[in-house]
Design a protein around this ligand. Structure first.
Ligand SMILES: C[S@@+](CC[C@H](N)C(=O)[O-])C[C@H]1O[C@@H](n2cnc3c(N)ncnc32)[C@H](O)[C@@H]1O
Length: 317
């Protein structure tokens, strides 16, 4: 009897202790879980808001997603715009001092074009169905080969096995480009290389004769030769006559050279502005002969351009 009562007492003690332990464990579990949920509280409304809007909205999910992405992009854009001036100044310094402008090739030929700007040019060529490009400053001909590659694609009709005519006229005081261009036998026949200074009588006569014979519809001009303001200004004065159609472009390359830290082009201004580079030539041209006939199209400055305020669009005859 005594043993029986002793065993009962022991069992009761164990049962009470287990229940207390269980309840304590439960409380600790609830506490940890609540802490975990609380730590994610700040993220919950964003995700919930998006999923609720996706679930409840009458517009399609893809439209809604696009809207959300657009909103996010707008916020980022406005933040960047605030510091865009400083960003460009620093980036140009980096671009120049690290010789980043000289590190690319096209078809194995040294290519002195910023990749962002090159794609924007390709877009203009295709969108405007450009049939004539005039380039000053050929260097080794990589840009001319790039233009020709793009133009070949949209001027050629494989079904009819026919090519609508197109041409790239490019010139340089250095004749070395010829040997690089001639290596590309598919594209070379479309590139007319003139080994002369851009506004010399010989270059002007050849350009004039070619344009007269060809009678192009849409023209794109890239001024990438001598980058001193006076030379660029003289090119603008002469070559503007070939950009006849409204919306066609004349691109003044490398306006970044007109920066206060760039010793080569700064400190001896001939026109308005602190330097004597391409930007001063653009400013002067736009104040005078270009005024009302061209406008600076800043919409062409995609992401990072080395031709800030250099994309001149024809706006009137
Ligand atoms: C920046 S590079 C051209 C780069 C080339 N467009 C490319 O994308 O690879 C400048 C070139 O302009 C040439 N140049 C300098 N003065 C010139 C002039 N008055 N007429 C034509 N070319 C000139 C130089 O010989 C040099 O090859």
């Amino acid at each position: 009897m005594l043993i029986q009562r002793l065993l009962l007492h022991i069992f009761q003690h164990i049962a009470i202790k287990s229940t207390i332990n269980f309840l304590l464990g439960l409380l600790v579990g609830i506490f940890i879980a609540s802490q975990h949920l609380f730590s994610h509280k700040s993220l919950a409304p964003v995700g919930k808001d998006i999923t609720d809007r996706l679930a409840n909205n009458s517009t399609s999910k893809s439209e809604e997603s696009t809207q959300i992405i657009t909103n996010v992009a707008e916020v980022k854009l406005s933040l960047n715009q605030k510091n865009i001036g400083e960003f460009y100044e620093e980036y140009y310094k980096f671009y120049e001092q690290n010789h980043a402008w000289a590190l690319k090739s096209f078809l194995g030929v040294h290519f002195l074009q910023n990749p962002n700007d090159a794609i924007t040019i390709a877009e203009i060529l295709y969108n405007q169905d450009v049939d004539l490009v005039i380039e000053t400053g050929t260097y080794r001909g990589a840009a001319a080969l790039f233009f020709a590659s793009i133009m070949y694609q949209y001027r050629y009709d494989a079904k009819k096995n026919s090519m609508r005519p197109f041409k790239i006229i490019t010139m340089d005081i250095n004749p070395e480009a010829r040997k690089y261009i001639e290596n590309f036998t598919l594209l070379a026949p479309y590139i007319l290389f003139i080994p002369e200074s851009s506004v010399s009588p010989a270059a002007r006569a050849t350009v004039n004769k070619t344009v007269f014979e060809m009678k192009p519809n849409n023209v794109f001009i890239s001024l990438d030769g001598d980058h001193y303001a006076e030379a660029v200004y003289n090119e603008l004065l002469y070559y503007q006559q070939y950009v006849v159609n409204i919306s066609n472009y004349m691109l003044v390359q490398d306006t970044r050279l007109s920066r206060k830290w760039h010793t080569l082009y700064c400190g001896q201004s001939k026109y308005d502005g602190p330097c004597n580079g391409p930007q001063e030539a653009v400013n002067w041209f736009m104040k005078n002969e270009g005024h009302g006939r061209f406008e600076i199209d800043r919409a062409k400055e995609y992401l990072f351009t080395t031709h800030q305020k250099g994309w001149l669009k024809r706006i009137s005859k």
